[in-house]
Every structure is written in C-alpha cells, then in structure tokens.
Design a protein around this ligand. Structure first.
Ligand code: FES
Length: 200
C-alpha cells in the first residue's frame, strides 16, 4: 500500500511545527566536549555557564546550554573574519543598532564579539525560533547565493546570517542573532550569562 500523499498546506504545517521543536531537540543532541564542563554553579537553572575554550580550534564551534537556549561558541578563522567585511552591504543591521535583542556594548563592533576570533551567540532565529544550521563553507550551494561567504542558514524559512550572526536583508528574520551577556574569566575561560554589567 502506498503512503497517502501529504497535501501542500499540510506539508507547510509539518515543516513549521518540526522547526518549532528544533531548538530543544537539536542542541540537546550535541554532545558536550569533555573539556567543556559547566561549573557547579551552572547546574542551577538560569545560572551562568563557565566554558573552557582552550581546546577549540579555528573553524570549530561548540554549543552549550544557557537558560535552556543553545549558545554557540565559534572560533573564527582569519578568512572568516575577513568575510565580515564582504557581507556588510548585504546586511539588515550591520552595526547591531536594533533594540529587540540589544547587543551588549562590548560586542557592538564588526565582529560582534569581545575577542575578534571568538563569536558567542544564541543559536535561535529571530523569526520563529528555529535553530539555524551551520553553513560555514563559502561558495555556491543549495539554498544559498553564489557569493556565499560562510555563515548560518535557518532551514525553516530561509533566513541567512553571517559568521557574526548578522541577518541578511530581505529575509523573514528581523534581527541579528542575540549575543548573550558574557565575559572572560581568563584567556580561555568564558562565562556565559554574566558580564560586568550584570554582576552584583
Ligand atoms: S524561524 Fe523562520 S527563518 Fe528562521
């Protein structure tokens, strides 16, 4: 017996609903690298999460959970940093001026980060909350423009972001990816969820 064909409207709903659950299911499946242990403090709900990024190599990304959200830490290569100059003219909010997810002052720069090479961003699309996929490889590929410089693609409705989480123009997502409060405790130890402005 053949499967009943899914009509177009039903299919759209299925895609949308599977997308809505993608954030919870998607990042939970990402194994924690052994050297990336959250601190004791982080075990309490909502606490800041301490992450050791000394093992993170250029071009690698890890995901940690903070307040139930996937937080990406991407160590960008020199080429990826260079790509941020090329995307500027195509972005909706290149300087992170929009206020829905205010970018912390220390990340209001072209890299949207404290250290240029380390991007810390919440991996949740500002459209309907799906988690965008890594499309870090530059060049033409399905669903992306031929001059793609590397970044992230939200599979739900096609929003695209550069490697600083800045959204491209004319996409459903209205805002750049959120940069959470964060700070460095030492050269390779990041604290996500707290910064100098949120500390008591
Ligand atoms: S949730 Fe619709 S484009 Fe990302």
């Amino acid at each position: 017996m053949s499967d009943t064909p899914v009509d177009a409207s039903k299919r759209t709903w299925l895609i949308a609903s599977s997308c809505a659950g993608a954030v919870g299911a998607g990042f939970a499946a990402v194994p924690f690298v052994s050297s990336f242990q959250p601190s004791e403090k982080a075990k309490a709900a909502g606490a800041a999460v301490e992450v050791d990024i000394s093992a993170l190599k250029p071009g690698e990304k890890v995901t940690v959970e903070w307040r139930g959200k996937p937080v990406w830490i991407l160590k960008r290569t020199p080429e990826q940093l260079e790509s941020l100059k090329k995307t500027e003219a195509q972005l909706a909010d290149p300087n992170s001026d929009r206020k829905t997810y205010p970018t912390p002052e220390y990340a209001k720069n072209q890299y949207r980060s404290i250290k240029p090479e380390v991007f810390v961003g919440v991996g949740i699309c500002s459209h309907l909350g799906c988690s965008p996929s890594d499309k870090l490889q530059p060049g033409p590929q399905p669903s992306l423009p031929d001059d793609w410089q590397g970044g992230f693609l939200c599979p739900c409705h096609g929003s695209t972001f550069d490697v600083a989480g800045r959204v491209f123009k004319n996409k459903p997502a209205p805002d750049n990816l959120e940069v959470p409060p964060h700070m460095y405790l030492s050269d390779n130890r990041l604290l996500i969820g707290e910064d100098k402005t949120t500390q008591a």
